[in-house]
Design a protein around this ligand. Sequence first.
Ligand SMILES: NC(=O)c1ccc[n+]([C@@H]2O[C@H](COP(=O)([O-])OP(=O)(O)OC[C@H]3O[C@@H](n4cnc5c(N)ncnc54)[C@H](OP(=O)(O)O)[C@@H]3O)[C@@H](O)[C@H]2O)c1
Length: 286
Amino acid sequence: MPWHLLGAGNLGTLAAFYFGQAGLTVRLATRRRLTLPDGTVHDLQLAGDDNAPITHLVLATKAAQSLDALAPLRARLSADTTLIRLQNGLGSLDGLPPPPPHIIEAVANSGAWREALPGGGEHVHLAAENPTLFGDGHATPPDWFAPLACHWPQLHWRTDIHLQQWLKLSVNAIINPLTALHDCDNGALLTNTALHPRLHALAAEVDQVASQLLPDWPGDTAGRALALARATATNTSSMRADVRAGRVTEIDFINGYLLRAATQLALPLPAHSHIIAAIKALPQKR
Ligand SMILES: NC(=O)c1ccc[n+]([C@@H]2O[C@H](COP(=O)([O-])OP(=O)(O)OC[C@H]3O[C@@H](n4cnc5c(N)ncnc54)[C@H](OP(=O)(O)O)[C@@H]3O)[C@@H](O)[C@H]2O)c1
């Protein structure tokens, strides 16, 4: 029962390490599709991949890359495929053509980054090891989870994974775009009081939506965002890093997901609409 890995970046590399430690085989699923000017389409099978049906897949691309990355693999996926979505944000698999795989959602809190090596290649650094949560709404995890959890520090199965994802999304929807827009460390959200009205407006809108969707929503998103900003005061948020590097951000799957949920409830979110537009107006290289 090999696992395939789609997205061998920071978190994908870390996951592959822990799967390997647990004795689970991990193969890259890096098939690339190339369209030539004459319109012919070529699927390239790169070293490390195989042509087998994919029964177990870890998806660790950035959220915005998910559908493009999965497209060349569609014929190898089925309703029997288990897919761990090891990504920030929500909604990255909306629009995936049927049949849907069995999706295990994840909340990743560890911090990893990549260094380009002078002679080529990359080196992933695990900067902080924090809890990682998996869940699919069922009380009992699949058989492979217990051996994996023996080797993946602080890996937990959560029956309330949807609530946990929203708790993560709620603070990300504040810290990420504010720090990206103002090009500041997370801790500046505490010290720069000029940002507080906007922070509180964003948090109030999150609470307005989440309290309608989740019966156990604890509220106080502003308090949790400020506590996280304090605990990670010298950190650069992933959205700030993406903006600095000119990369596409994950705003469509964080604040954008929130906005889509609010639209279904006919709730206007002016603070989030405004900050989404501001982030999207920033220059992007790719
Ligand atoms: N890094 C962290 O500390 C951390 C912490 C918590 C949550 N997260 C979340 O975890 C997710 C992954 O983040 P990350 O930092 O690991 O991102 P990352 O380092 O950019 O990794 C994404 C990987 O996906 C690859 N990829 C992109 N398009 C692909 C395609 N079409 N086919 C195959 N591979 C493709 C990228 O390759 P190229 O580089 O060649 O494009 C890259 O290796 C994100 O949602 C992020 O927010 C990350």
